[in-house]
Design a protein around this ligand. Structure first.
Ligand code: SF4
Ligand code: SF4
Length: 331
């Protein structure tokens, strides 16, 4: 399976993340799965005219490829011309290259949230770059390729959202496509592969016991749940970050940072500081998506009244100050 990768209005962080694929080195893993790059701007040897020739051959259908991977938002400005971002050496807008190449790709992958939805590039006030995603403009279907776009493989854009993406989300999606095929039923409503988006970041979080008792951290270094005071959106963010950890063992939560829901459209402009929880009458506004508010409030009050001393005191400490009790054998 051949990949063609282009970078547009992003930071390149998704490629950096991809290089951290594990447990096997990225190129060994892809090679053994029969997946190879036709060209990647940071990983291929060809540059200048040689690179442009590859792209031209792909865009004209002379050089077959399977998956078009785009990393970065589509910059349509000024006035829809796309001239804010010309492909170096070609004098032509990146948006035009993407549209031409998408016609010849069997599948189109948006790598990262800025490619999927517009992301940070689109969140500048007034969006002077006219940035958008490949098939979404934040959460509105459309984007550069349009709501009805389907690649010749019969799928809309596959949105591997995240800022950055987890390398495993990219590698597993490519390997699923290579070995089993991908169907529309493998994607959620935002085109995200269910292999990582059918879970919430909350699942597997090491702070779950604190969440259950609503024992909340009050400052960044505390062990407690970060939802009530420190902006955590793990109960609303679709991703498996605490089950499929990053770099062997990490996640934002395990590093002491709240989940900012970077796989969701519009995450980059929440309307409040990332590490603060907006509240109405003392109740967090961003409650779990699948629980009625009244239930949550009732359960939270009940949980707080039953919080064990160990959980309550450890929640506001940077290391456990009360250990779990040790039971005697047979008791
Ligand atoms: S999704 Fe985030 S990490 Fe990836 S290229 Fe865009 S801004 Fe960078
Ligand atoms: S810190 Fe966030 S992800 Fe972890 S348990 Fe609390 S709400 Fe869930």
């Amino acid at each position: 399976m051949k990949l063609l990768w282009l970078q547009s209005g992003g930071c390149g962080g998704c490629t950096q993340s991809l290089l951290c694929a594990e447990p096997r080195p990225l190129f060994d893993e892809l090679r053994d799965a029969g997946i190879e790059f036709v060209w990647h701007p940071a990983l291929s040897l060809e540059s200048g005219d040689a690179a442009l020739q590859i792209l031209e051959d792909c865009a004209e259908g002379r050089l077959p490829f399977d998956v078009l991977c785009i990393e970065g938002a589509m910059l349509r400005g000024p006035n829809g011309s796309g001239k804010f971002h010309l492909m170096a050496g070609s004098g032509r807008p990146m948006t035009e290259w993407v549209e031409r190449l998408a016609r010849h790709a069997r599948w189109v992958f948006a790598i990262g949230s800025c490619t999927a939805y517009g992301g940070f590039s689109a969140s500048t006030p007034g969006n002077p770059l006219e940035a958008c995603g490949l098939q979404f403009d934040t959460d509105e279907p459309g984007g550069l390729l349009g709501k009805g776009f389907q690649s010749s493989g019969g799928l809309p854009v596959v949105n591997i959202a995240g800022c950055p993406v987890h390398p495993g989300w990219v590698v597993d999606t490519l390997e699923k496509l290579a070995f089993e095929g991908l169907a529309a039923s493998d994607l959620d409503a935002y085109g995200r592969p269910l292999l990582y988006a059918d879970q919430l970041v909350h699942h597997g979080c090491s702070r779950n016991e604190f969440y259950e008792f609503k024992a909340s951290a009050e400052k960044q270094s505390d062990l407690g749940c970060l939802m009530e005071n420190l902006g955590c959106k793990g109960t609303q963010a679709h991703a498996d970050c605490n089950v499929r950890t990053w770099n062997g063992s990490g996640s934002c939560l395990r590093g002491g940072f709240a989940c900012i829901a970077c796989t969701e459209p519009g995450f980059e402009a929440p309307g409040h500081p990332f590490q603060e929880t907006p509240k109405l009458a003392g109740i967090p506004i961003g409650l779990p998506t699948d629980m009625p508010k009244a239930w949550f409030v009732a359960l939270a009050a009940l949980s707080k009244s039953a919080t064990p001393k160990r959980v309550r005191e450890n929640a506001v400490a940077d290391h456990p100050v009360i250990r779990p009790a040790v039971k005697k054998a047979g008791k």
